[in-house]
Design a protein. Sequence first.
Length: 475
Amino acid sequence: MAMRIDGTDTERFLSVLKENGALFDAGRPVVVTRAPGRLDLMGGIADYSGALVLQLPIAAAAHVALQRRSDRTVRIVSLGEEARDVEIPLSELQPDADDASCEAIAARFHRAPADHWAAYAAGAFPILTRDRGCEFTTGATILIQSDVPEGKGVSSSAALEVSVMQAVAAAFNLDLPPRELAFLCQRVENLIAGAPCGVMDQMTAACGEADQLLMLLCQPGELRGTVRLPETLAVWGIDSGIRHSVGGADYGTVRAAAFMGYRMIAAMAGLECRPAGPGRVVIDDPRWKGYLANITPAEFAASYASHLPKTMDGAAFLSRYDGFTDAVTTIQPEREYPVFEATRHPIDEHARVQRFAALLADERPDAPLLGELMFAAHASYSACGLGADGTDEIVRLVREAGPAAGLYGAKITGGGSGGTVAVLGRRDAQPAVEAVAASYAARSGRRPLLIRGSSPGAALFGHLTFTKESSWQFS
């Protein structure tokens, strides 16, 4: 069942679809889907360590039109400032039931950097084959248009993955519940696109609700419902103009360091550990169930903090501990890892997010305290090495304006190292947010994008079906 067309971005996409009608054959159904980006209000990089996160689906979204083909080709056309078009034989997207074959498919995209963008869309086919046993005998034509800005830390990749996966499911008659769809899309990003993300982005793009914060306990992805911001508060995003990449070295280094810290704590706690291949171990953990976030800040401070090294190189770690439990990053022997701060961050962040959510449950929450929790989260990002001069400056300007201007808190979003800053303020504080953006532009020379508004996730949108005859018919 599809959401009705409501006169906004979907109507504009349907006009684009008609303008590009030559891509599609007459008489065969064309499925249209939509998935939004997200603004990470609290939780961020603590998702891969099992934390609670609070995520807002934004107004900007990716739309996809997909039609099954009669041949064994997957053609992907992406519209935007630079139109991109790639054709891939379906045979190159057919894995065996193991990770090694997915590695071969991922390598195909990495060997052709100009086509790497297509991995986020084409990856639906090998992952559905590998994880759901789907047999694709024909390919598809896929038209993509996304309004979610790339490299801004608002999850353009998840919006693309979820909209394509939803379209493939609808066109090939696959039953994919929203939560399962989100996990499959995470595997597309981890195994095919090669980015070691958690699942909060895909879960928000799939399951989010307009004007609601999605509450997700990432153990690995337990939906805890949604919470609406009080009528007196609103959230904005201010883009720093510094490109963010979840596949970059900084994010991967901090993620690996957190799993190194968990491995060390497990050893201190006497948990049984078994080798599971090069650089990998299995830990029997009935105490914390494998998640750093389940260690309380008090327990960490009392029993483990003083025994963790500030940093450790990969070679020393592997020599002493054999490996860790993360399946999507690899320890580089020559790299220095910020073990202490990367381990402390998800432990403290989980506690911060829990307190933030509890405060929002009050009819009149303490807005300045909510803001202080955001400022603390931002400082913790920076301590891990995931800060950036631009995002630090935006946060400083928000703090400088303060409650007198209706601004309470701010923090870097998503994977850090640039991208967007989430800002919490009074609902009438739009002029103050614009003033912060203008001041930042004057000082940095960058013109920041202002992100505002919200929209529903892919599950609530559903899908629309059209047929190209003498004119496009809605069915």
